[in-house]
Ligand binder design. Structure first.
Ligand SMILES: Nc1ncnc2c1ncn2[C@@H]1O[C@H](COP(=O)(O)OP(=O)(O)O)[C@@H](O)[C@H]1O
Ligand SMILES: N[C@@H](CC(=O)OP(=O)(O)O)C(=O)O
Length: 423
């Protein structure tokens, strides 16, 4: 049994859904567990629905839902010969449930409400794709990840209860494979012990594929992307990228941890733990080789890789009484950062100051100032870039720092990290 994952770009319109079906056809005779994300940019659109509900803005709420409805029904109209197909009834029910959320009491828990609404993107996409696959002649079955992936109740960033999830997945999916060759489920979503829907964090569908593969002891996993494989840099920002044909789990974890967004960083651990290879392949050229991520590190050092993070904020904390930054300050600073949910991309300290680099869009500087001002002097620089180079040399550093002012640098034997801004 193999696990496949198709992301938003690979199901963004009717042609894309037809293409998914053609890819599945290449694997006829195989049992496939297929994880699918919301179509195109649906998750972003649903975030706007949550926002409108939270602000009690009924006209924006209605308008955003109408756009989503039109987007999905247009795709359905292009895939199914008649509106009598049962999928229309299912889609209407999901949209009705979405609209009804406005009638509920005013939500008092944003993250909870977020998960109940945003999770519907994956429910809708899997209903459409499964119905189309089934209509195309495959023995397929839709299963609900909201009843299979058990998590804690940290809405929007839920943690998996592996033991219970494994029991639920095995007891549902293995019997289902006796009747179906293709099982379709949703990425990114799960449920609490009280059966409330949770999400695993943005872009978490890759991770869902890792969870199913782990629990089912899959032969391998393939995540189908709009790129030929894992490259040595994001082709959206870098010319002349090189495909990494074969790399180790540890190397891929390092790259995704530093921000190579082609794979969600949590995906690899469960696969490494059971030695299940992960292939990154192109849904545009499905027969091409792609990248294989596996246990051997023999090929890791062949190509320097570049990871860029833009819109970075460098924040420095200094003690007010000129005392050294020591362990007790660090512990205090980390506690306060953790309370406000700040995620650190890089950190460094000197005798009198401790600096962190964060994504500007994920941290509110006013909250930072409020949290620290009483005990620390806080300074910050906005509009910075962080470049990470794995397997660097001087030529690669020169290439990325041209016409840049460097604010901070860190080097280990394998990795260079440079915080910089335009001159
Ligand atoms: N090192 C890399 N190699 C390949 N793609 C990368 C890399 N770093 C970032 N990307 C970006 O990842 C994108 C694919 O990931 P993503 O958009 O999350 O896919 P999906 O949502 O369909 O699963 C590519 O379009 C590319 O711009
Ligand atoms: N739809 C969710 C989960 C996900 O992983 O999507 P994608 O596979 O398109 O990155 C999101 O956009 O965050």
């Amino acid at each position: 049994m193999n696990v496949f994952k198709f992301g938003g770009a690979s199901v963004k319109d009717a042609d894309a859904v037809r293409n998914v079906t053609e890819i599945i056809r290449l694997f006829e005779g195989k049992k496939l567990l297929i994880v699918i994300s919301a179509m195109g940019k649906t998750t972003n659109a649903l975030e706007l629905v949550v926002d409108a509900l939270w602000k009690r803005n009924k006209s924006v709420f209605d308008e955003k839902i109408a756009e989503l409805k039109s987007f999905h029904f247009t795709i359905a109209d292009q895939l199914f010969p008649s509106s009598a197909h049962p999928v229309y009834q299912q889609l209407n029910e999901v949209f009705q449930a979405l609209e009804n959320r406005y009638q509920n009491e005013i939500p008092d828990h944003y993250n909870y409400e977020y998960d109940q609404i945003v999770s519907l993107g994956e429910v809708i996409s899997t209903l459409i794709v499964e119905a189309y696959i089934s209509m195309s002649g495959f023995a397929s079955k839709w299963v609900d990840a909201r009843r299979l992936i058990r998590t804690n109740n940290v809405f929007r960033d839920a943690e998996v209860d592996w033991k219970r999830t494994e029991e639920l997945i095995r007891s549902t999916v293995l019997p289902a494979f006796e009747q179906a060759d293709i099982i379709i489920t949703q990425g990114f979503i799960g449920h609490t012990v009280e059966l409330l829907t949770t999400t695993l964090g943005r872009e978490g569908s890759d991770f869902t594929a890792g969870i199913f593969a782990y629990c089912l002891d899959a032969e391998n996993v393939t995540i189908w992307k709009d790129v030929p494989g894992m490259l040595n840099a994001d082709p959206k920002y870098f010319d002349n990228t090189i495909k990494l044909d074969k790399i180790s789990f540890s190397e891929a974890i390092e790259l995704s941890y530093y921000g190579a967004s082609v794979i969600h960083p949590k995906t690899l651990k469960p696969l490494q733990n059971k030695n299940i290879s992960l292939f990154v392949k192109s849904f545009v050229a499905p027969q091409a080789e792609g990248t294989e991520i596996q246990s051997s590190g023999a090929f890791d050092h062949l190509v320097p890789s570049f990871i860029f993070k833009v819109n970075q904020l460098l924040i420095s904390f200094r003690t007010r009484d000129f005392s050294f930054i020591v362990e007790s300050h660090l512990s205090d600073i980390f506690n306060r950062l953790s309370e406000i949910g700040a995620k650190i991309n890089l950190m460094q300290n000197s005798a009198l100051s401790f600096s962190i680099l964060v994504d500007a869009e994920k941290v509110d500087i006013e909250t930072i100032l409020k949290t620290f001002r009483s005990d620390y002097e806080v300074r910050y620089n906005e509009g910075l870039e962080l470049v990470t180079i794995r397997h660097y040399d001087q030529a690669t550093i020169d290439r990325v720092t041209i016409k840049k002012d460097i604010l901070l640098e860190q080097f280990s034997r394998q990795t260079a990290r440079i915080v910089m801004k335009d001159k």
